[in-house]
Ligand binder design. Sequence first.
Ligand SMILES: Nc1ncnc2c1ncn2[C@@H]1O[C@H](COP(=O)(O)OP(=O)(O)OP(=O)(O)O)[C@@H](O)[C@H]1O
Ligand SMILES: [Mg+2]
Length: 370
Amino acid sequence: MIRLENLTKIYGEGHSAMKVVDDVSLDLPQGEICVLLGPSGCGKTTTMKMINRLIQPTSGKVFIDGKDTSTVDPIELRRTIGYVIQQIGLFPNKTIEDNICVVPDLLGWDRPKSRARAKELLDLVGLQPDLFLKRYPRELSGGQQQRVGVLRALAADPPVMLMDEPFGAIDPINREVIQEEFLKIQKKIRKTIIFVSHDLDEAVKMADKIAIFRSGKLEQFASPNELLARPANGFIESFLGSDRALKRLRLVSVQAAMQPEFVTVSMAEPVEQALARMRSRGAAAAFVVNAEGRAEAVLTVEAIEGHSGSIADFAQPATVSVPITGDLRQAVSLMFAHAMPVLPCVDGGGKLCGVMTYRAIVQNLVGGKT
Ligand SMILES: Nc1ncnc2c1ncn2[C@@H]1O[C@H](COP(=O)(O)OP(=O)(O)OP(=O)(O)O)[C@@H](O)[C@H]1O
Ligand SMILES: [Mg+2]
């Protein structure tokens, strides 16, 4: 959908010539979010502005939907690409409604259609249209303005969006909320998005692909999981930080990492018999499951080894569980908080679907599967 081919920008000439974007090639499929990440001055904004031709490339090409953008009138091109600039850039003398409708107005949409669109978009991000349509930007908080900035870029329903640190001005708590809101919207609208960020956590959360830049060069282009599992070089490794394995926990779902098979036991069963069954299945734990399929109690090999009696004497009530829709960060957090080496994994109805163990988590991280 978006393809950069040997894209290069050089400022200055002769001795003072500086390559600020150096031979960058990448290919982003339709509907994906690509986060451009890297230290200040590495060429992220310049790369982004060459896509909508606010900056003219020195050499190389940009293709959108197979079309060489250098053959399109730049003004026309920009009307088909949503653009969120870092400083929000709402027009102070226009109402929120008119701000959102800037591009639809330029495109000549009729007024009822564009105004209905503004209303629909405000609803989408939880800003009540009756309250906000007629206000001016100065009457909104910074975070609200930033949301309107994103809506304005979405207003004409462009297939491509460029977003330069769109959530940069928002405090960390609200930023998480807005990121999640945006991902929900993206699930419905499936735009192809280039997104600039300074923030690794934001990149890992938002990106289908991350492009890491250094001094104008694209150093690695990979999914967040691949990047965290296999940084291509020492620069990227140090950029990602020594806790990159922890960052990966969030990318793996409980459902993908859990062991879907589990051993069941009954309360009256002798422990020797249960232990033999657990050993033969290589299971670290077993569950007492009721008629509805819920885990009532959990039993570890450790707790019964060398003992005799019935399961009822050793089983612990299964009070803690992790939803299969959760991620490994959640699972690890529960394991630590409750000192549980195994966790029942449950579906929305509370039914036992699998087991999470410390070993499964480690295997997942080392094996690098998702
Ligand atoms: N008009 C210009 N003339 C000369 N050099 C420029 C010009 N515009 C940008 N640069 C240089 O190009 C490099 C890349 O700038 P760019 O704005 O793309 O960085 P960035 O990665 O977006 O950084 P930041 O994270 O700080 O926003 C910088 O070193 C900058 O000084
Ligand atoms: Mg920048």
